[in-house]
Write a protein that binds this ligand. Structure first.
Ligand SMILES: Nc1ncnc2c1ncn2[C@@H]1O[C@H](COP(=O)(O)OP(=O)(O)OP(=O)(O)O)[C@@H](O)[C@H]1O
Ligand SMILES: Cc1ncc(COP(=O)(O)O)c(N)n1
Length: 275
């Protein structure tokens, strides 16, 4: 029997289940990877916005990390909401200690509702300490603008951003996501050699809560299973597209995505096998 692969998400919570840790674990499960989680911050939020945030004490985040790593070393690690400099520096030590485990950095800064999820003071540490460790970094357009300190208005700007993040800042690869760039939902993937445009149909839906988390979690699950990098990103794009194509219709605001949408579309789960 093949050993089941596992993935760890280090992120914040969403009690309504659409974003953060919850979106990640649902995605891992759908991709047949054993999901584990370390909570950085408990967020009282829903599809309408963020109501309150409690950050976990650093010592307790470390206890959680130790609990996981003393027992089950993950096959891939993803970070989402990591608010403070101290949290980033702690997490960086765990990632550096395991250079062969792919690390996926979703540089979550602001929720869809506009609420801040990362302290401004953490931006430089994210750029200097986490970015160079990342196998893939997945900024949306506003996040990429902060990473490169310049405006992004076109696909060419997205390509320039991806180049600066990889060639300039040391990530192995980047996907600059286009969900916030007008009518187009083209994402730009760059791995230092190849620039690939990932295009897809734009679905007219406000059920987009957790889209970014879901996309990065799908990449994480694929890398945990050993899928090649470009293929992992392409599969994740199909996964998140299907999650938007079949909205669930719940929530009073920006509702959650449908994590089993890809099954309705008949996309394969494991390579070569239909669900
Ligand atoms: N309306 C849409 N239809 C189809 N695909 C979309 C749509 N909106 C976003 N996407 C895709 O979803 C993924 C996440 O993109 P986006 O730029 O929205 O990230 P994000 O800002 O981190 O997520 P969120 O909007 O949840 O905060 C990308 O692959 C993007 O192309
Ligand atoms: C705990 C947490 N992490 C991340 C997001 C961003 O979600 P999105 O994927 O919509 O950008 C969120 N709203 N809450």
């Amino acid at each position: 029997m093949n050993q089941i692969k596992s993935a760890l998400t280090i992120a914040g919570t969403d009690p309504t289940g659409g974003a953060g840790i919850h979106a990640d674990l649902k995605t891992f499960q759908e991709r047949e990877v054993f999901g584990m989680s370390v909570i950085t911050s408990a967020v009282a939020q829903n599809t309408m916005g963020v109501q309150a945030v409690e950050h976990m004490p650093i010592a307790f985040i470390e206890e959680q990390l130790k609990s996981v790593f003393d027992d089950i070393v993950p096959d891939a690690i993803k970070t989402g909401m990591v608010s403070s400099v101290d949290m980033m520096q702690l997490i960086a030590t765990y990632i550096k200690d395991r250079p062969s485990v792919p690390y996926i950095l979703d540089p979550v800064m602001v929720a869809t509702s506009g609420d801040a999820l990362m302290e401004e003071a953490s931006r430089e540490v994210l750029k200097d300490e986490l970015l160079p460790l990342a196998k893939v970094v997945t900024p949306n357009v506003p996040e990429a603008e902060i990473l490169i300190n310049s405006k992004i208005e076109t696909i060419d700007d997205m390509k320039r951003a991806a180049r600066l993040i990889v060639d300039g800042k040391g990530a192995t690869s980047a996907v600059v996501k286009g969900g916030h760039l007008g009518e187009d939902v083209t994402d730009v993937f760059y791995d230092g050699h190849e620039m690939v445009l990932l295009s897809g149909e734009r679905y007219e839906t406000n059920h987009t809560h957790g889209t970014g988390c879901t996309f990065a979690a799908a990449i994480t699950a694929e890398l945990a299973k050993g899928t090649e990098l470009k293929q992992a990103v392409e599969l994740a794009k199909e996964f998140v597209s299907a999650a938007l194509q079949y909205p669930l219709g719940i929530g009073k605001g920006n509702g959650p995505t449908n994590h089993w949408g890809y099954r309705l579309k008949g996309l394969p789960n494991q390579k070569g096998s239909d669900m």
